[in-house]
Write a protein that binds this ligand. Structure first.
Ligand code: SF4
Length: 300
């Protein structure tokens, strides 16, 4: 049951983090226009179960006027709203309040602020200033902290299945596959038999972008909402009818590779690492469902 629609307002970001699963960067293309934002909100209103609208990126505060207008429209339609940001504009306490006060006045319900070593170093930072300003302004907030991957425990050190536990919180998708997997312990591909993080049978939230893709996981699209309305896509979605989600749901990335004879036998850090590489190998074959190419690090 869909309760949240997350708008990827832009793929552009002022930063270019190693763990970014969307390959966001200052050079990335693809930003939603206000008419597109309006259209997504109108479609969201047709799905009775949707309560939350999130504005994300990339960095959504790069397009501040459109973001404010989007939040205002979503509120007027009765949605709760959230934003995910790296708060880059909070270059002093006063600046932080100036950026956040209009959002507080609009009644923003949640602000997630990326604050970790990928975004900022130790000590004072825009993220920490923004968290403090959000508290002063009464905006519910919490930092998102993702650290470089590290091995928490090796086989035989207590965990049930005897496989290494990797800490840090990074997801091995997108740029993280390229930048963060070197040196980490790996598991055989044929043991990666489930999707551990997304409910592909009954998703509770999807991400939509300016190209119309409705992401169930980054780069795994339910369909294109510029071709078929979001409310229709959501209503008609059935996991077994989806050429990628079906095998993923039935046997994880290993089944996806088997079903489409993707020869990537080897070892991988986790399910997402293997899933991302199998999906990337299938992008040309399933262009409607594995898109946009830029989130696979593929140039057009
Ligand atoms: S296994 Fe694949 S679909 Fe599931 S969360 Fe990981 S990358 Fe996404």
């Amino acid at each position: 049951m869909l309760t949240g629609i997350h708008l990827l307002v832009t793929y552009k970001c002022n930063l270019e983090c190693d763990h970014c699963f969307l390959y966001a960067s200052p050079r990335a293309q693809g930003t939603m226009t206000l008419p597109q934002i309006r259209h997504v909100l109108e479609e969201s209103r047709k799905i009775d179960s949707v309560e939350w609208i999130y504005f994300e990126g990339g960095e959504p505060l790069l397009f501040y006027p459109s973001l404010l207008e989007g939040v205002r429209l979503a509120h007027d339609m009765g949605f709760k709203t959230g934003i995910v940001t790296n708060a880059y504009g909070a270059i002093s306490d006063d600046d932080a309040e100036a950026w956040l006060r209009p959002l507080a006045e609009l009644g923003i319900a949640y602000l997630s602020i990326s604050d970790d070593s990928f975004h900022y170093g130790e000590g004072d930072s825009p993220a920490r200033r923004a968290v403090a300003a959000a508290h002063r302004l009464g905006i519910p907030t919490a930092p998102i902290c993702i650290e470089k991957p590290f091995v928490e425990a090796l086989p035989g050190e207590g965990q049930a299945k005897g496989s290494p536990v990797i800490g840090g919180g990074a997801m091995f998708r997108g740029r993280a596959v390229e930048k963060l997997t070197t040196g980490l312990p790996r598991k055989p591909w044929d043991g990666l038999t489930q999707c551990p993080y997304e409910d592909l049978i009954s998703p509770s939230r999807v991400h939509v972008d300016c190209y119309g893709h409705v992401h169930l996981c980054q780069g795994l699209s339910m369909g294109n909402m510029w071709q078929r309305p979001l409310s229709v896509l959501a209503r008609n979605y059935h996991v077994d009818a989806h050429p990628i989600c079906g095998p993923l749901s039935n046997g994880g990335p290993a089944q996806l590779a088997r079903q489409y004879q993707v020869s990537l036998q080897g070892k991988y850090v986790d399910e997402c690492h293997f899933c991302f590489l199998v999906r990337r190998a299938l992008v040309d074959r399933f262009a409607e469902y594995l898109a946009p190419r830029q989130v696979y690090g593929l140039d057009d």
